[in-house]
Design a protein around this ligand. Structure first.
Ligand SMILES: [Fe+2]
Ligand SMILES: [Fe+2]
Length: 319
């Protein structure tokens, strides 16, 4: 791109322009010069986010055929389809940075790029669908609302649409749980069991603690991230505790208590060894998640080939 300019490009000048754009809280757009580190960090983060949306379809998708009513099935189907859409927006945002979508999928399947560790846990009952909506989509909202102000334009704009849909996801989950809590003792027990299994993994969704999160400071300086992992985790806990009370379930943490001095809920120690194990590939369902994604890529390769050939033919006509 720089070769098309009439005068020699001064890297310092470009860097100064970039820094001024960030300082003024303006957006960086795909046509703008950006430091290589900024581009790489964004591609890594957006790809990881896109992969999470796509892999995240699996644990809930497992219940599509077993939904207890037509209404529940329609809601779940809409939700899982939304997640596919989120993945598509995000892969498109990564493409504006020069990434290749097929290459990103290959990196996911080869284990070179990660996705949110929460999706490596299994859904054992229909209450899990509700708890995923309440906890996992709720945590996603905490993480993603600040990203609507991310410094990279295409990412920020994608997040605005995604957040609107995530808030529907959270609501449908909570509404399902409310309905179950008004049901039989067995249904209430199913909800409590799901809460017990998903609470701690949902706290891990915000990533490692701030003092063990090496890339955070740079991402915050670049305006890619707006709040630290621990800040967002605290926000999520503060939001969830009153919701649990209204629902009538107990969050599985004996250390959970309100601190009137800070106005926040204190909570117990997160099992970071479990987090590292699951992120590292040794969670309950890591292998099957990737195996299914691999099968989807390979079995549907003919569709990709046909669509690519069709697009090439039509661009040839246009040329
Ligand atoms: Fe999503
Ligand atoms: Fe969602």
């Amino acid at each position: 791109m720089t070769a098309t300019l009439d005068r020699p490009v001064d890297e310092d000048e470009l860097q100064a322009q970039f820094d001024a754009t960030i300082a003024a809280e303006h957006r960086i757009e795909p046509r703008d010069w950006m430091p290589e580190g900024y581009r790489k960090t964004l591609i890594r983060q957006i790809a990881q986010h896109a992969h999470s949306e796509i892999i995240g379809m699996q644990p809930e998708g497992d219940w599509l055929l077993a939904a207890p009513s037509l209404r529940r099935k329609a809601i779940l189907l809409a939700k899982v389809q939304d997640e596919a859409g989120h993945g598509m927006y995000l892969y498109s945002a990564a493409e504006t940075l020069g990434a290749d979508r097929a290459d990103l999928t290959d990196k996911l399947i080869e284990g070179k790029q990660k996705y949110s560790s929460i999706f490596n846990y299994r859904t054992l009952s229909y209450a899990d669908v509700g708890v995923i909506g309440w906890f996992v989509d709720g945590a996603a909202i905490c993480n993603q609302v600040p990203l609507c102000r991310s410094s990279y334009g295409p990412y920020a704009r994608a997040m605005i649409r995604i957040c609107k849909e995530e808030s529907f996801h959270q609501r449908q989950g909570y509404e399902l749980l409310m309905t179950m809590m008004r049901g039989t003792p067995e249904q209430r027990a199913m909800v409590q069991d799901a809460v017990d299994r998903w609470w701690w993994p949902s706290l891990m969704m915000f990533g490692p603690p701030d003092d063990d999160s090496p890339n955070s400071a740079q991402s915050m300086a670049w305006g890619i991230k707006r709040h630290s992992n621990d800040e967002l985790r605290q926000r999520y806990v503060d939001m969830s505790v009153p919701q649990a009370e209204v629902l009538g379930v107990t969050l599985p943490d004996p250390d959970l208590s309100y601190d009137p001095e800070t106005g926040h809920y204190r909570f117990g120690q997160i099992d970071w060894d479990e987090f590292k194990r699951v992120v590292g590939g040794d969670g309950p369902a890591n292998k099957e998640r990737i195996a299914r994604r691999r099968a989807a890529r390979d079995d549907n390769a003919w569709v990709t080939e046909a669509a690519t050939a069709y697009a090439a033919k039509h661009s040839g006509v246009a040329a």
